[in-house]
Ligand binder design. Structure first.
Ligand SMILES: C[S@@+](CC[C@H](N)C(=O)[O-])C[C@H]1O[C@@H](n2cnc3c(N)ncnc32)[C@H](O)[C@@H]1O
Length: 267
């Protein structure tokens, strides 16, 4: 599949050409395999198949998802989350903290959060109740997230101390399973970010490296509006460190030193 054909496919879904820049090769390979399995040997017949069948279209959409992630991606942010952002939220005397990891892939981000939460419990003693909802469009990623087993490359930013506390090395393999404690209080759900958000107001929403990277402006705005509505007053929205908002909402303020962390002002 050449670039021109891949572009046609991305346009069909409203995906961004530049967003796929670094992952184009691998994604094209997956799509070509799907095309061959369907007996489509050019993009025109493949696009026609997508129009004919919702199932084929859905499969193709999933093949276009990219699950690249790792524990403590944007390491400095996680330190500030533990030392500043979470203590600030807890100071507001909230009884329960609701967290949404939107587009969570295989769970690295979710378990990173749970590690920070547990470290905070050890330093502060008492914490509010916690509920984490972790959603993704791709059920295969969610199954992996639920299992909580990772290769050493996902853990490259995890300190040895945290590794020995929160991970169990699988016998004979370079794979690590997260401690059962981290799996508690997490609800994993399939969810499309263009549909209505889970019913709750969230104190923290992670919206990192998914729609704001891979979608064209129109869809970015559509998804972003819905997500914003579900952010609680004083709640934090965290986007990817290389991403920007599709528009600047009046009630969101960027929190220095992280230009990708925003807090919603009180209503
Ligand atoms: C690159 S991973 C990012 C994982 C994690 N948030 C991080 O920053 O490390 C992007 C994830 O977003 C998911 N995704 C993409 N589009 C989505 C959509 N419309 N609805 C829900 N999830 C989506 C993909 O399936 C993938 O698992």
């Amino acid at each position: 599949m050449d670039d021109q054909q891949f572009r046609q496919l991305l346009n069909r879904f409203g995906f961004s050409w530049s967003g796929y820049r670094k992952v184009r090769k691998g994604v094209k390979k997956r799509i070509t395999k799907h095309m061959n399995a369907l007996g489509c040997y050019n993009i025109t017949t493949y696009l026609a198949e997508l129009d004919k069948s919702d199932e084929v279209r859905k499969k193709c959409e999933l093949l276009l998802t990219v699950s690249i992630s790792r524990f403590f991606r944007d390491r400095e942010f996680w330190k500030s989350l533990e030392k500043k952002y979470l203590p600030d939220l807890i100071d507001k005397n909230i009884e329960k903290i609701n967290v949404w990891s939107a587009g969570c892939a295989c769970g690295d981000e979710v378990y990173s959060f749970k590690i920070v939460w547990d470290c905070l419990r050890n330093s502060l003693g008492h914490l509010p109740k916690l509920e984490v909802i972790a959603t993704d469009i791709n059920p295969v990623y969610l199954e992996k997230a639920c299992a909580g087993i990772y290769s050493s490359s996902s853990l490259k930013e995890v300190t040895e101390e945290l590794q020995s506390t929160y991970f169990i090395k699988k016998k004979g393999k370079k794979r690590f399973e997260v401690n059962a404690l981290l799996k508690k209080d997490v609800i994993w759900k399939t969810h499309h970010l263009l549909s209505d958000p889970p019913e709750s107001k969230f104190d923290i929403i992670f919206l990192r490296n998914n729609v704001l990277t891979y979608y064209e402006d129109l869809l970015k705005k559509k998804a972003f509006r819905k997500i914003l509505d579900s952010l609680a007053p004083y709640g934090f929205l965290i986007i990817g460190s290389h991403e920007s908002l599709p528009f600047e909402p009046k009630d969101l303020i960027a929190i220095a030193p992280h230009s990708f962390v925003f807090r919603k002002e009180a209503e």
